[in-house]
Design a protein. Structure first.
Length: 334
């Protein structure tokens, strides 16, 4: 007699099994799980609201996911199986095939999104002109623009650097006005997208763009004895002012420091490589310093973090903050 065919698990069963696995491994699980995105939740060993733990669950033919803790570095992959959460050999093979097919489909979809983002970024740049030196973000960061920007708004390539640009009124949608646009490129100078900066300092990226390994080319001399890599453009401008002969790349966030550093090491092997990290000392988890150290180790680079005076306010975190505070005589230029 044939065995009765096993019924697939319900969504509730999968979610409960996923939560149980997190509780066993980390001692914590979220009350609800966002099935369309990552879910962040508190590490019970930290302060309330720390959001150090994360998880992602995929409810498809082969339910699987992962979870971990940014504070401790713990990470675990998980899959729902018929044997108490453990997959049989056949299930493992089926899961591998399914994951491979899903990965190939996602990669094709990503390529289409990245291509569309490149086209959109190139189209936007055609309507841009040099930005207003009195833009609120520039004033808040203590940054200035050269009196004359020679050449096109964007000078991208082996001998070029990113040009800060604004929008031509009447030629762009109203919600684009008063934004600053910065290009991010790869090590060969190809444009992949734009970072838009609003007057209040908030930032947005071109929809669907690929950010990994790409950066804002803050200062790009044809040859450079040193390559400095930081997170934000404002920090990069501060570094460029202090080191006018250096190549300066802004990775845009802490998570992109390592990919950019590895790509830079391969592209410019003879250049001294320095990771100029943010020091998020006010946070429970110093994301900036941790990511900078990891990037330095992965790329064989040197590490530089701000050297804070004893009376420097705790909310200052990067080299631009430090420069503004010192230039203001010990008062942060807000």
């Amino acid at each position: 007699m044939n065995k009765r065919q096993q019924q697939p698990p319900t969504a509730v069963q999968v979610i409960e099994a996923f939560k149980a696995a997190m509780l066993r491994s980390m001692g914590a699980a979220p009350d609800t799980i966002d099935l369309n995105d990552h879910t962040r939740f508190d590490d019970p060993e930290g302060k309330r609201g720390n959001k150090a733990c994360y998880c992602r669950l995929y409810l498809d033919q082969y339910p699987a996911g992962y979870f971990g803790n940014y504070r401790t570095g713990y990470h675990e992959n998980w899959a729902y199986g018929s044997k108490g959460g453990r997959l049989s050999f056949r299930e493992q093979e089926e899961l591998k095939r399914h994951i491979r097919e899903q990965r190939e489909a996602r990669e094709a979809e990503d390529r289409a999104k990245h291509s569309a983002a490149q086209w959109e970024a190139a189209s936007i740049t055609e309507a841009l002109i040099p930005a207003d030196p009195e833009h609120p973000y520039l004033l808040a960061k203590g940054l200035s623009l050269p009196r004359k920007l020679e050449g096109p708004p964007f000078l991208i390539g082996a001998g070029g650097a990113a040009r800060l640009v604004g929008v031509v009124p009447g030629q762009m949608p109203a919600d684009h006005l008063n934004r600053l646009f910065l290009p991010f490129v790869d090590v060969d100078g190809a444009l992949w997208g734009l970072q838009a900066i609003f007057p209040d300092g908030s930032k947005r990226f071109t929809k669907g763009c690929r950010k990994t390994e790409h950066f804002i080319p803050v200062q790009m001399p044809p040859t450079a004895p040193a390559t400095l890599i930081c997170e934000g453009w404002a920090t990069g401008k501060t570094l460029a002012q202090g080191y006018p002969k250096a190549r300066v790349l802004a990775a845009m966030d802490a998570g992109n420091l390592e990919p950019v550093a590895v790509a830079a090491r391969e592209k410019w092997p003879g250049s001294r490589l320095v990771i100029c990290g943010d020091d998020d000392r006010q946070k429970e988890v110093n994301t900036g310093a941790i990511a900078a150290r990891e990037a330095a180790i992965a790329s064989g680079a040197e590490l530089a973090l701000p050297d804070w005076p004893a009376d420097a306010p705790e909310h200052l975190s990067d080299f631009n903050d430090l420069s503004n505070w010192i230039n203001a005589g010990g008062r942060y230029a807000s």
